[in-house]
Structures are given as C-alpha cells and as structure tokens.
Design a protein around this ligand. Structure first.
Ligand code: ATP
Length: 318
C-alpha cells in the first residue's frame, strides 16, 4: 500500500493502468489499495474518469537522505511508515542493545502517547513524531531539568521557522497562546545514578489542519504561519537546536538555562492550580529552580514542586 502511496505522492494524476503496471498488480487491486489508503491513512484521493487517480494534496514524506542534506549528521535516523509509538520503538531498540545516540521518526503513530498513558493524536505524514535516545553516564545532574531543556529547543525551532508566538508551559508543553502545538515525553531505562538511556520524545503539530480527536485547544505550525512546512527541514533544524541546548545542559547544568526558560514561560506570575492526583494546590507561579522544579507562592510562602505526575492549570480567576 505504501509503495502505491510513494507513486502518488507527487500529487499528479496517475492512470490505474500505469499504477498497476508499476506495482505488478491488476487495476482492480490498485482500486482496492486506494480504498485502504483512504480508510487507513485518512488520505483523500481524487478519482477522475479518463485521467486516473490523484492525491488531494501532494505529500512530502520523511526521507533520511533529505534530512542529511539539510544538515543533520549527528545521529543515525530510523524512519517508520507506521508504528505504535516512536518512544516505544526507541525503548525496544535499547533493549536489543542498540547503540545511542539515535533517532526514531515515524509517518504516523497508532498508539502515540502523552504522559500517564494519555493519547497523542498522530495522523499520517502531517506532523512530526520524533524520539531521540541518549546514553547518560553517571550523574543525576544530567537529567535535571532535561524535559524543560527539550521544550526550549523545540520552542526555538518553531520560532526560527515562523511561529513567533510559541512559548512554554511547565513542565513540558509548547503552546501558542492557550493552544498546544507540541508535547514532550521523556522516558528512562536503566539506573539514573549509573548508566541509563533517556528517550526524548517530541510530537510537533506541523501541517495538521483539522482533527476531531484532540480534546483540548491545539494548533499547528501550518495554522499559525499559513503555509505548509517541510518536515525533513524541521528534523534537521530541531537536531541543531537540540544539540546546542543539550551541550549547554551537559556542560553547565540546568542552572545555565533556567533564566532563559523563565523568559519564555507563558504562565510566569499567573495564578494557577497544581494538580497532583486528587490533590489541588493553588498558587502564583514564581518560576523554576536550578533543577527545573516549579516554584509556586502558596499562601505567601514559596514551595517547590517536581515530578512526572504534576499538571498545571490556569485558575479561572487568573
Ligand atoms: P499536562 O498539563 O498534565 O501536561 P496535557 O493534557 O498537556 O496535561 P500530555 O500528556 O502532555 O497532557 O499530552 C496528552 C494530551 O495532549 C492529550 O490528553 C490531549 O488532550 C492532547 N493531545 C493529544 N494529541 C495532541 C496533538 N496532536 N496536539 C495537541 N494536543 C494533543
């Protein structure tokens, strides 16, 4: 089916006969595959008698040669047409003894994940699903504030490419105003005090223009900038920004990045509720500390909070 898609991706008309000949199948088998393309991948195909078949819009697929040509040489890149989740594949690769660093990308995720088992909506060929794996050798310090660092790198790429309003929400979201444009999910295997691997999962909404599946306000690079983006270029630029910030973090720790992170924190000074399971703590956002923990003023007293189970919400009266 994906071979057929690669023949159609130019957005031009192709006759059923030519497609069948290229694939070595009958015209009716081509027709069946086209129906699968529409049903499984959510793509729309125009069928015009006498001219053949045409994708409703051309597709620019992920391509490791293109990514390399655009400047990313640091990490081996593994690209999948369809996968459960790029983080899950990265974890399996580590278990099989794969050497880090490496990068896993996919055209779509059928079980893309957010924090605490929540779903990350991941349609085919529209967005970026990106998991970078690093080996961390001895030192919790190298993990401190890491998801915030990744968020900062993602935010800068979005701004570099024309999404001027991109900003951060503690701990790991990138928003434009109140709308989510990217999410980050870090997963760890091994012993953080000794040798471990960390999977830096990043989902960025790139060319997605509509979906009924996301149950909160969202946006995409395309909706913000009014044009489509080349995801291969985005991968290369994200690689450069990640490298820049990961090097700084490695050399100087999160303390060196904390002031810049706060500068772009959209909820600095805002009245928020911090949700931890069934508990809710109301406070004012003071910023983050040198480990990336949230600093809140609660009943006039500063308190710091960290941990993967915490969620921040703006208070209705803020
Ligand atoms: P928190 O404040 O706890 O981080 P969150 O709702 O941002 O809460 P995440 O785990 O970061 O949670 O992300 C998962 C959530 O993001 C989903 O429950 C859904 O509401 C939303 N979501 C899923 N897919 C997308 C997408 N492609 N773009 C934007 N938002 C999405």
């Amino acid at each position: 089916m994906l071979t057929l898609l690669k023949l159609l991706k130019d957005g031009r008309f192709h006759s059923g006969q030519a497609l069948g000949a290229a694939l070595g199948i009958s015209r009716s088998a081509v027709w069946k595959q086209l129906q699968h393309l529409e049903a499984d991948l959510g793509l729309s195909v125009h069928k015009v008698r006498g001219r053949g078949y045409q994708l409703a819009k051309p597709l620019l697929l992920l391509d490791s040669t293109e990514i390399c040509a655009k400047g990313l040489h640091e990490w081996p890149v593994h690209i999948f047409d369809s996968i459960d989740s790029t983080n899950a594949e990265a974890l399996r690769f580590i278990e099989r003894g794969g050497a880090a660093p490496f990068l896993v990308l996919a055209e779509r995720q059928v079980a893309g994940r957010g924090r605490r088992g929540r779903k990350w909506v991941s349609p085919f060929a529209e967005n970026l699903y990106h998991s970078l794996v690093l080996r961390i050798d001895g030192g919790m310090r190298q993990l401190e504030g890491l998801s915030l660092v990744v968020g900062l790198a993602v935010m800068h790429v979005l701004r570099d490419m024309g999404v001027a309003g991109a900003g951060l929400k503690w701990p790991n979201d990138v928003l434009v105003g109140k709308k989510k444009i990217a999410g980050i999910l870090l997963e760890l295997v091994g012993d953080p005090a000794d040798v471990c691997h960390v999977v830096l999962g990043v989902g960025i909404n790139v060319n997605m223009q509509s979906t009924d599946e996301v149950d909160q306000q969202w946006t995409s690079m395309c909706l913000e900038a009014g044009r489509n983006f080349d995801r291969n270029e985005l991968v290369a630029r994200l690689g450069a920004r990640l490298q820049q910030y990961l090097e700084l973090h490695h050399a100087s720790g999160f303390a060196a990045i904390q002031p810049e992170w706060e500068q772009y924190h959209l909820w600095q000074g805002r009245a928020v509720s911090l949700i931890a399971g069934v508990n809710k703590i109301d406070g004012i956002v003071l910023g983050v500390d040198h480990q990336g923990a949230l600093r809140l003023k609660v009943d006039g007293v500063e308190k710091n909070f960290s941990g993967g189970e915490l969620s921040l919400r703006l208070r209705d009266d803020s």
